[in-house]
Design a protein around this ligand. Structure first.
Ligand code: CVU
Ligand code: MN
Length: 590
């Protein structure tokens, strides 16, 4: 487990007018109070992936000039700060006080007052940031506040939190790894793992193990055997086996099926250990294996060499991506099926921004209203009136995606520490585990089947690599829907009905790639998408700007979009400005 101190902190820089003899003294307290208020907001609102409160580090003194700026930078380095917020209620000296760290995401909150001009410092210092190629986010309130008003207005809070969530995501992924287990799955471009992307844009490294490592660990019992017994008993009790839809001649015997259950449970423990390590392995004489690959996200190739003769990874991927297992309710592990690293990164973005488990899915079918009516006799209405998209893939969809958790009577997916025992149990009850379709998976295994409850606000995203541009991100906010039972059956049964299904309607704007539901699907850049609970498109946009990844398609309203101040110097067409700004600054770790 990561220790709390290992998570990066938010560094807070109280910036002040350096003139002693009256001005500085009169502002010391107000400035420090602003820093404390920001820290309190972060600590009370934001959590690390283990559920603990976010840590803030405030500079020891107000920063009135370069010496104090350097002292703050030194303190921040020592205390594992990963992003900074400068706050000030007054005029101070821009380039003399600014945060000049080359990679920390930065923001400045300039108090919108008029007794002293914090917003003037903000503008002056943003100009310095832009002149020096160190983009920073600018924050100041819409309404003028009185100098001693210590409250943080709602609009300022929203921007502070968006900045902090995205900045923490940047900081938390840096220094971790993507673990590829196996290689390229069925020619899927996203599983051609490109190390330059990880190193230059995300600050991550790539680890690679051959899938045979899983077999070795199974054969040589390199796993916690006690945990395995516990895990198997739990699985037998909580994971109900579903109908075997294979032709009778292709069905495995009961004995073979039971062996496969034991196999996939071991695989699950082993994939987790490969990612994170496990001290029990050291006690068993495997100190190297005990360390793990420091992986914040992984992918399992599976198809085809592995699944052509061994049980598939569906159980392992689904359980690891969920917020619960035989060890209770716990943080999900990000595991991409088909080793689609680009979708794995998309999941990681959604996860780090929300602390919620993610649904990995094929973006499989656009169902037009006419097609639905033709095959089911039902004319789609309400949210389904313009058609919908069938999201479905065996494996990596989190069981949290069944929608059995609730907030205010509505289905939702929660951070693990808010999930009740009953909600976890309900997700498991809503899921059946079917012997894998042997046409695809000759070696068997078990695929998770659930149908996502309608009514959840969700955001689908996907990172693509485009030769000549680099990475681009696409984002579609929308909602899950429920279909009338008979319509669901007709549509679902035409596909791989032993896989988890989510019916998704993106929010349509009538324009561009969001002209209609069909156009969203037609412009999706790959076979996969990652689906996060909530409408987090604006936070993905802020994160993408920090990483210098342009957003090629989104349906987020303008008023929610928050990018570094420099972006507005690239012109008034937001999309084109985003592309040129990302191109100008380049990957942050290049
Ligand atoms: C079983 C099949 O090979 C599926 O896994 C395939 O359609 C995909 O998921 C492609 O993304
Ligand atoms: Mn797929």
């Amino acid at each position: 487990m990561t220790k709390h101190f290992d998570y990066p902190a938010i560094g807070i820089r109280p910036v002040i007018d350096g003139r002693y003899g009256g001005v500085r003294e009169s502002l010391e307290q107000t400035t420090m109070e602003m820093a404390r208020a920001a820290a309190l907001l972060f600590e009370n609102s934001l959590h690390y992936p283990d559920g603990s409160a976010v840590r803030c580090v405030i500079a020891d003194t107000c920063i009135g000039g370069v010496t104090e700026a350097a002292a703050a930078a030194r303190k921040f380095e020592q205390q594992n700060v990963g992003l900074t917020l400068s706050v000030t209620p007054c005029w101070c000296y821009g380039s003399e006080t600014m945060d000049m760290h080359p990679t920390w995401p930065k923001a400045i909150w300039g108090f919108n007052g008029t007794e002293r001009p914090g917003a003037v410092y903000l503008a002056a210092t943003l100009a310095a940031h832009n002149q020096m190629g160190l983009p920073a986010f600018g924050i100041y309130g819409h309404d003028v506040q009185d100098l001693h008003d210590a409250s943080i207005p709602d609009d300022v809070q929203a921007k502070l939190l968006s900045f902090a969530r995205a900045g923490l995501a940047v900081a938390m992924m840096r220094g971790t790894s993507y673990l590829a287990i196996g290689s390229v799955s069925m020619g899927i471009a996203g599983s051609i793992v490109v190390p330059d992307l990880f190193r230059e844009y995300l600050g991550m490294r790539n680890e690679y193990v051959d899938s045979s490592e899983i077999l070795r660990r199974i054969e040589q019992k390199i796993y916690d055997e006690k945990e395995f017994e516990r895990a198997l008993a739990w699985t037998k009790k909580h994971c109900q086996e579903g109908e075997d839809t294979n032709a009778a001649a292709k069905q495995f015997s009961r004995e073979e099926k039971d062996e496969q259950w034991a196999f996939v449970v071991k695989m699950t423990i082993i994939i987790r250990d490969l990612m994170k390590g496990n001290p029990v392995l050291k006690e068993k004489g495997f100190p190297e294996e005990a360390q793990g690959h420091h992986a914040i996200v992984s992918g399992f190739q599976g198809q085809r060499q592995w699944t052509d003769f061994l049980p598939n990874g569906d159980f392992s991927e689904a359980i690891l991506n969920s917020s619960f297992d035989w060890n209770g309710i716990r943080a999900p592990y990000m595991v991409a099926t088909e080793n689609d690293a680009l979708n794995g990164v998309s999941m990681l973005f959604g996860y780090l921004l929300t602390n919620r488990a993610q649904i990995f899915a094929d973006v499989r079918t656009y169902w037009s209203p006419d097609a639905v009516q033709r095959v089911s006799g039902w004319k789609p209405e309400g949210e389904a009136a313009s058609g919908f998209i069938h999201l479905i893939n065996s494996g990596s969809a989190t069981l949290d995606g069944s929608g059995q958790q609730e907030e205010d009577g509505q289905p939702c997916m929660k951070p693990f520490w808010e999930i009740s025992e009953k909600e976890a149990a309900d997700c498991l009850s809503a899921t059946s585990w079917h012997p894998a379709n042997r046409g695809y998976f000759r070696g068997g295994g078990y695929s998770s089947k659930f149908v996502t409850k309608g009514g959840m606000p969700v955001t689908m995203c996907r990172l693509n690599l485009v030769r000549g541009i680099g990475p681009v991100l696409q984002i579609a906010e929308g909602t899950t829907i429920s279909l009338p039972a008979h319509v669901h059956s007709v549509l679902d049964d035409r596909t791989d009905k032993t896989w988890p299904t989510t019916w998704f309607v993106p929010r349509i704007t009538g324009q561009g790639n969001f002209r209609d539901v069909y156009t969203v699907m037609a412009n999706w850049g790959s076979n996969h998408g990652s689906i996060s609970y909530g409408h987090i498109g604006h936070e993905l946009i802020t994160l993408a700007a920090m990483l210098r990844i342009p957003v090629c398609m989104h349906n987020v309203p303008d008023e929610r979009i928050f990018r570094p101040s420099a972006w507005s110097a690239f012109g008034m067409d937001a999309e084109s400005a985003d592309y040129r700004a990302c191109d100008t600054y380049g990957a942050i770790y290049a």
